[in-house]
Every structure is written in structure tokens, then in C-alpha cells.
Design a protein around this ligand. Structure first.
Ligand SMILES: Cc1cc2nc3c(=O)[nH]c(=O)nc-3n(C[C@H](O)[C@H](O)[C@H](O)COP(=O)(O)O)c2cc1C
Length: 455
């Protein structure tokens, strides 16, 4: 679990680039990094060559769990160009402290270091907090550079404060309070959409920070997207599901070493190339694909370890879809019939499989989640992910989701707003723990699933 996932705050789901330049105040950047993380941000640190003399990359990498970007002329391990990836994915860039030299380089567009290069290459908002000797800050050259950054570039300048300086003198040059800098980052991001919700669009994390392959050897079945119920050969009744949540789960499971079977209805995103994909259109087709999955193998054992039903399945369908296109008329009455309850059917079959798979359902509600609690009990799933799609930043088409995890044997957990990948990772933490507990119980006796540690 990342720090951002655990702590919550005003920057949850956000990716912030922190530029550090060669000022004595660079030691405060370490604390600024922690404060941004405490607000929920993932942070990518960028340093100028001088900054590396003031603060160690080891400290910054250990805390951010990402390689520090320091060398403009070195490619990322996967061949991408680091400063462009950061510029394109960051929700904001904050340069703190900013030296007199860096202000001059930036004001003139001199991209000789990573911090200036990222600022030049980005369309994200930029916050700059200068720090230096009072005379240096008062110099007309510095003042002109600051004015250019603010007025011509639209950067938010957090003015330095008066007070004792490292030089032993007093003056206006001390780095502003960190809380003021964090507030400015929150304010410039405002309600802008998240630019790169998925890790794949951001620079890579340290290899050690990548989740371990705790689903290696597991087979996870995921349903994703919406179903379509034919009215006639050209029209259908559908829903607003984009498939993003289910696809994020499939990708996260693949990244953790699982074999993934993905049953996909209508989706608006690319499907992971490593998944075994079955495309379906209607609820009936989805039901058939599930029935195939649910068949026990020749050895009588279940063919999968967990079933995660993230697809938005129609509750009703036209009773008699027309064989030919319906033509315009005064009115049209459609008679709808309920579709089979695929989740309940799957649970009924899966309960007889051995070993018993972990079953996860999704409940989409608008307003209260009380019905989801009833659904958990009625359907007999192990876990139910309930989300209120009426809430901003949650539900169909968004890159983020705020969900409540309900479990048959543990208290409900209301998670903060997270990227869909963040929700997927947390959910798979729970699934992996339950699978491990299932296997341990099979060795020692009757099934007992301990409550996982909260994270
Ligand atoms: C001990 C020490 C402290 C310094 N502190 C500052 C400072 O607070 N602000 C500043 O503008 N320059 C400061 N400098 C000078 C910068 O490190 C120098 O101008 C450097 O070239 C800045 O490079 P950069 O802007 O690429 O990081 C300091 C230098 C030393 C030796």
C-alpha cells in the first residue's frame, strides 16, 4: 500500500513533481515531500545538480519510493524520456526552494537541468517558492525574473519571508512556511481532472516499491464493462459503465503475477494484452461465459481462485427484441423482463467448488449504501464493493472512485477517494489475504478467514 493510499487528504490520487534547487533551504524540501504525501499525493522528486550537494538522493528516494530525476540526459529504464513523462503526468509542479540562479534560468527558458526542463515541457500549474539571501532576492535581476515567472508564465509565486537567514544576516529571503506551499499546491490543482491516473502514465517507481507478485500462480476471473440488451438489430438498452474499474483490477492482478480471465462487455478503455479476454454483449452472453468458467476441471477442482464481478449487468431486458429494425411511429412500448441474477447464480455454483473461490461483487447505488448491505447478505459474496455513483469523482467514466468495502465477516471500510487502480490494488490486497487464509485453513482444518490488517 502506498503512503498516499493509506493517509488520505486533499491531494489523494494526485501526482506532484517536487523540484529542489541548490539552496541551503533544500533540507526543508524533505519535510515538504512528507507533507505532500500526508495530503495523499504521490511525489516525484526532481533536483538540479547543485541540489544534490545539499540533500541526498537516498533520503528523497527512500521517502518518495521513486528514483529521483537528476540527469536530464539519461533515459528512464523503460526508454521513455523522464522530463517529458513527468511534465505530461504531473498534476502540479512545485519548485521549493527556488534559487536565484534557477529563477534566472527559468525566466529565460534555459533547460539545462531537470527542474527547468519539466517546467518548460508541462501544461500543469507551477508553484515556485524562492529562498535566498535578502540582497539576492531584492536585486533587480531576481525581481525581474520573479515578475516574469508570475506575470508572463502564470506561475504561483510563494514570496519568501523576512527573518534570520543562513548567511547570518536578516532580510526577506527565508523559504515560506511549508503549510503555505502545500496550500498553494492544493489551490492550483483545484478541481482539475487527474492527468495520469494510472501508474503506467507516470515515471516508474523504485523496483522495490512495486508490489510483490503475491498473486503468482492464482487464476483471477474479472468481469468488466456494461451489457447491452437488444431492442432490435440496431438499438439496445445499455448503461454508462466505461469498464475502467474492471480493467484496472485485471491489470493490477496481472501486475501481481496472476493469470487473468477477463470477461468484457462494452468498454471505453484498452484491454490488457496479457489477459485471456472473452468479449460479450448481452447479459445472456456474460452468463454463458461465466458458466464456462465455473465448470470444475477434469480433476474436479475449481478452475479459478477468485471471481470479481465488476461488470455493470442489466437488470432488465426487452422481453421480445424485434428481428428487424423498428421504424418511426407515434409511440413504442417496450415490455421489459428481469435478467437472470448472474452474481447470485455464480455464487450458488461457486460455493460447491473446491477449493472454494473468493467471490467479490460490486454494488452501484445512487444515494444511501444501505441496499448494498442487504445485497451482501442476500448474494452471499465474500466481499462487496459499494459505490455511490452520484458522488463527484466516483463511478462511471471517472478515473477515481470512492467506495465502501463490505465483508461478510469484517466491519465495513469506507475508503478515501482513490484512483481506480488504487481501489484495484487495495481490493486485491484483501483477495490475496483471503486466498492465503483459505489455503492455510485447508492445511490445518476448517475454513477460517482472519480479518486482514487494516491498511
Ligand atoms: C552553503 C550555500 C548555500 C546557498 N544557498 C543559496 C540559497 O539559499 N539561495 C540561492 O539562490 N543560492 C544559494 N546558494 C548558491 C547556489 O547554490 C548556486 O547559485 C547554484 O549555482 C544554484 O544552482 P541551481 O539553481 O542550479 O540549483 C548557496 C550556496 C552555498 C554554498
Amino acid at each position: 500500500m502506498t503512503d498516499s493510499g493509506r493517509l488520505g487528504g486533499r491531494l489523494v490520487g494526485r501526482f506532484v513533481a517536487l523540484g529542489i534547487t541548490g539552496s541551503i533551504a533544500a533540507y526543508k524540501s524533505v519535510e515538504l515531500l512528507r507533507r505532500l504525501q500526508a495530503e495523499g499525493a504521490e511525489v516525484q522528486v526532481l533536483v538540479t545538480p547543485s541540489a544534490t550537494r545539499f540533500v541526498a538522493a537516498l533520503t528523497l528516494e527512500a521517502l518518495s519510493r521513486r528514483p529521483v530525476e537528476s540527469d536530464l540526459l539519461t533515459l528512464l529504464p523503460d526508454g521513455r524520456i523522464g522530463h517529458v513523462v513527468t511534465a505530461d503526468s504531473a498534476d502540479a509542479i512545485v519548485v521549493a526552494p527556488a534559487t536565484a540562479h534557477w529563477l534566472g534560468a527559468m525566466a529565460n527558458g534555459l533547460a539545462a537541468d531537470v527542474v527547468t526542463a519539466v517546467c518548460l515541457a508541462t501544461s500543469a500549474p507551477v508553484v515556485v517558492a524562492p529562498a535566498m539571501d535578502g540582497e539576492m532576492y531584492a536585486h533587480p535581476a531576481t525581481q525581474a525574473n520573479v515578475a516574469r515567472l508570475r506575470d508572463a508564465f502564470g506561475y504561483t509565486i510563494i514570496e519568501p519571508e523576512a527573518g534570520p537567514l543562513a548567511s547570518g544576516q536578516a532580510g526577506v529571503g527565508r523559504l515560506a512556511e511549508l503549510s503555505q506551499i502545500v496550500d498553494a499546491v492544493v489551490a492550483v490543482i483545484g478541481r482539475r481532472p487527474i492527468r495520469a491516473a494510472d501508474e503506467t502514465g507516470r515515471p516508474p517507481r523504485l523496483a522495490a516499491a512495486v508490489r510483490e507478485a503475491d498473486l503468482d500462480g492464482r487464476h483471477i476471473v474479472v468481469t468488466a464493462g456494461g451489457t447491452r440488451e437488444a431492442i432490435d438489430p440496431v438499438r439496445f438498452i445499455g448503461n454508462r459503465s466505461s469498464g475502467k474499474m474492471g480493467v484496472a483490477i485485471a491489470q493490477a492482478a496481472l501486475d501481481r503475477g496472476a493469470r487473468v480471465s477477463l470477461i468484457a462487455g462494452s468498454v471505453e478503455v484498452d484491454l490488457p494484452s496479457d489477459a485471456e479476454v472473452t468479449r460479450v454483449e448481452s447479459t445472456a452472453e456474460l452468463g454463458k461465459a461465466l458458466a464456462t468458467m465455473l465448470q470444475a476441471g477434469p480433476d474436479g477442482r475449481a478452475g479459478f481462485d477468485a471471481l470479481i464481478m465488476a461488470a455493470a449487468v442489466a437488470d432488465f431486458r426487452p422481453r421480445r427484441p424485434a428481428k428487424a429494425k423498428l421504424h418511426r411511429g407515434a409511440s413504442l412500448n417496450l415490455e421489459l423482463e428481469p435478467t437472470p441474477d448472474l452474481l447470485a447464480e455464480a455464487v450458488a455454483v461457486a460455493r460447491d467448488l473446491s477449493p472454494m473461490p473468493i467471490l467479490v461483487g460490486f454494488a452501484t447505488e445512487t444515494g444511501s449504501l444501505e441496499r448494498a448491505v442487504v445485497k451482501l447478505q442476500r448474494k452471499g459474496v465474500d466481499l462487496l464493493v459499494a459505490n455511490d455513483v452520484a458522488e463527484p469523482g466516483s463511478g462511471f467514466g471517472t478515473n477515481t472512485n470512492r467506495v465502501t468495502l463490505l465483508a461478510a465477516d469484517a466491519p465495513a471500510e469506507a475508503w478515501p477517494i482513490l484512483t481506480k487502480r488504487g481501489v484495484a490494488d487495495r481490493l486485491l490486497d484483501r483477495v490475496a489475504a483471503r486466498l492465503d487464509a483459505r489455503d492455510a485453513a485447508a492445511q490445518t482444518g476448517p475454513r477460517h478467514v482472519p480479518q486482514e490488517s487494516r491498511s
